[in-house]
Structures are given as structure tokens and as C-alpha cells.
Design a protein around this ligand. Structure first.
Ligand SMILES: [Zn+2]
Length: 371
């Protein structure tokens, strides 16, 4: 896996003159095709062979797998017993998918996260109070969101952590009253505060504080780190700029201290917003936007289904996946922040019906699946 190593040695927005990325994707596709008969069948039914990947322009030829498929099938390439980490996607409104990660892939992920956190200056030695809009990890909760939310509280030493979601009678409930009280008490201390997790809860919390007539100025160095998407609150998604204004008004946090991450269990690459709050594609992945009906790749500026490509993982064939997101890709130069890689705008979620249509092809290949 020498090309995979070369890709994950890169700095977050390095360019790729040597063509390491396409070579790494070919190397990974060959690996999966040799060891995973179900995956090999998907490739051959599309008339695809890994040697078709010669330059980046060929990436669109690689058959992608809709993430819905992973919720119905265990598509492991490696022997299940040899896979050390199995992460469950959150399974909003449906069943959860299981993605396996091998040690070498996790090591790539770790290198990537450390580089991106360094780039965003997220490491700090200052003791920090945390508000985690996620689940308190416990033995019954294996979702990646809770693991990530907990993990990211390790980048600055934690004085105290308050979790917004707690387990009551076997169910998770948001306790925003408790969180409001914690924020007020943290604001009186001199230590920075970090908010971690779902944007929707962060927004509801700010609105709740404002409704109570509470406006705070959090200590210098406080940050709001958003991840996990808007989930079931998609329809109530607020405009990004309204979110930033509210954070400034209610918590006294400037937008340069609000950082958003995008990623998925099925595509464990960390996309992080730039100073203009755009999600540039890092050196560890590529994005293709496809026409909703024809699935043909679309040029910059056109809305379509988002396909995500990374040569990170050997345990599960997630090299090219399609979540149920709709997005647009723009040339990097249009942003003006100095990063040259294209940026992705996630503009919504496709109806389940549309994803079913493009999942159907892969499903048929895998056998009897009811979507
Ligand atoms: Zn930018």
C-alpha cells in the first residue's frame, strides 16, 4: 500500500503532481477486488477493471456503492475476526450500517486528523470546559458520532465535560436545561469553553439562552466545533450566517472560532471549513457530483448526488461511496481563501426514493434486498 502511504503523508491541501491519489485508488480497488467476491462482482457487472484507472479523469469510472447498501449488507473484505474496529453509522430513521476499519487504515485516519487539527490550530494545552452535543459514550453506544465527539475532547485537556444527550430508560434524551446551566457556570470561569457536536442542538441551545434573556461572553479561546450534520432537523436548518450571528450575540464567539466538520462513517475523511467557511476537498479524498437521473458526472457549479472517494480502508470496500447528500462542487480559486482544492457545498438530502433508485443496481448484484 505504498501509494496509500504517500497520500496520507500529504498536508491537508497539498496538490498531487505525482498522481499518488489515482495510484492509491487503483491499488486499493485491486486489493478489494481480489479478496471480496461480492465487491468483485459489482465491479465486473459494471464492466470495470482496476487498470481502467489511469489518471484522475478516470475516477468516475470506478463503480460507487450507495451507503444504504452498507446498512443492509456486511461487505467486509477482511476476515471479520481480524477487524479491530467496527463503527456503526447513526442509522437515522432506519437501521445502522457497520463499517470495519483495520489498524493500518486507522493509522491513516489518525495521521489525517492530526494534520487537519494542527492546520486548524485545534490543539491547545489550556484546560478547557466542554459542552458535548452528543451521547456520553458507554458500552451500549457504539456510534461513531459519540466516539468522535469524545475523541475530540482530548485535543485540549478537559477540565469538565457536560453531555447534552443522556440515557434515560434505555433512550437518549436531550437535556438542554442542564446544558444552559453548565454554559452559564463555564462563562464565569477563566477557562475557554469548547462546544462539540451537532449543529442543530448548538443552535437550539443558543436560542434557548436568548429566550431566557441570557447573553454571555465566553472566555477568550472558546470555540464551537460543529460535526454530525443536521440529522432529523434538516428542515429546520438555519442559514450558516444566522448561526454565526447568533453565536456572536449570545455567546460572544466570533465566526473565526466556529469550525465545521463534514464526514461520514462510510467515508471517514475529515472535511473542515476554511476561513470563509467552505469545505475544501482535502488531499485524502476526491468528490464527484453526479446527475440525479443519469448518474453521469457533472461539471463545477451543478447540483447533483455527492460521491466520495478515498483509498483509506482495506477492511470494507468504501473506496467510492454515495451518501444521500445533494451537493455542488466549486473550483477552489472561487473561494478566495488561498486553498486551491475544490470546495463542496452540501445543499440538502435526497429523498430516500432517489437513493433507492441508485442503490437498486448494486442491491440486485448483491442478492435479495428490500430497500
Ligand atoms: Zn476557502
Amino acid at each position: 500500500m505504498k501509494y496509500r502511504r504517500a497520500v496520507f503523508r500529504k498536508k491537508p491541501y497539498d496538490t498531487d503532481e505525482k498522481g499518488d491519489f489515482i495510484k492509491a485508488v487503483r491499488e486499493m480497488t485491486e486489493y478489494h477486488a481480489k479478496r471480496n467476491p461480492a465487491y468483485a462482482r459489482i465491479l465486473s457487472d459494471h464492466g470495470f477493471t482496476p487498470d481502467m484507472l489511469k489518471t484522475e479523469e478516470d475516477l468516475y469510472r470506478l463503480p460507487f456503492i450507495p451507503t444504504l447498501i452498507f446498512k443492509k449488507h456486511e461487505l467486509f473484505t477482511m476476515d471479520k475476526r481480524r477487524i479491530p474496529v467496527k463503527a456503526t453509522s447513526s442509522g437515522t430513521g432506519g437501521r445502522a450500517g457497520v463499517i470495519g476499519f483495520e489498524i493500518s487504515g486507522l493509522f491513516c485516519a489518525l495521521k489525517m486528523v492530526l494534520k487537519i487539527f494542527k492546520y486548524k490550530k485545534l490543539f491547545s494545552l489550556k484546560p478547557t470546559n466542554y459542552i458535548v452535543f452528543g451521547y456520553k459514550p458507554d458500552k451500549n453506544n457504539k456510534t461513531a458520532v459519540s466516539k468522535t465527539a469524545f475523541g475530540t475532547t482530548l485535543f485540549a485537556p478537559a477540565l469538565h465535560r457536560t453531555y447534552a444527550l443522556t440515557r434515560k430508560n434505555g433512550k437518549y434524551e436531550a437535556d438542554l436545561d442542564k446544558v444552559c446551566k453548565a454554559v452559564e457556570s463555564y462563562a464565569k470561569q477563566k477557562h475557554p469553553v469548547r462546544f462539540m457536536g451537532f449543529p442543530s442542538y448548538t443552535y437550539f441551545l443558543m436560542k434557548m439562552l436568548e429566550d431566557k434573556g441570557i447573553t454571555l461572553t465566553l472566555p477568550k479561546g472558546s470555540k464551537i466545533i460543529l460535526a454530525g450534520g443536521w440529522k432529523k432537523y434538516y428542515r429546520e436548518r438555519v442559514d450558516k450566517y444566522e448561526f454565526y450571528e447568533t453565536a456572536k450575540r449570545v455567546l460572544g464567539v466570533d465566526d473565526c472560532n466556529i469550525i465545521e466538520f463534514y464526514g461520514a462513517v462510510e467515508h471517514p475523511v475529515a472535511y473542515c471549513d476554511c476561513k470563509n467557511h467552505r469545505l475544501h476537498v482535502p488531499a485524502y479524498s476526491r468528490v464527484i457530483i453526479r446527475d440525479v437521473k443519469t448518474l453521469e458526472p457533472l461539471p463545477y457549479g451543478e447540483i447533483g448526488l455527492v460521491e466520495l472517494i478515498t483509498p483509506m480502508i482495506k477492511a470494507t470496500p468504501i473506496t467510492a461511496v454515495m451518501p444521500d447528500d445533494l451537493g455542488v462542487l466549486h473550483p477552489g480559486e472561487e473561494c478566495g481563501c488561498g486553498i486551491r482544492t475544490p470546495y463542496l457545498d452540501i445543499i440538502g438530502r435526497v429523498g430516500l426514493k432517489d437513493v433507492k433508485t441508485c442503490a437498486a443496481g448494486a442491491s440486485e448484484l448483491l442478492g435479495d434486498v428490500k430497500l
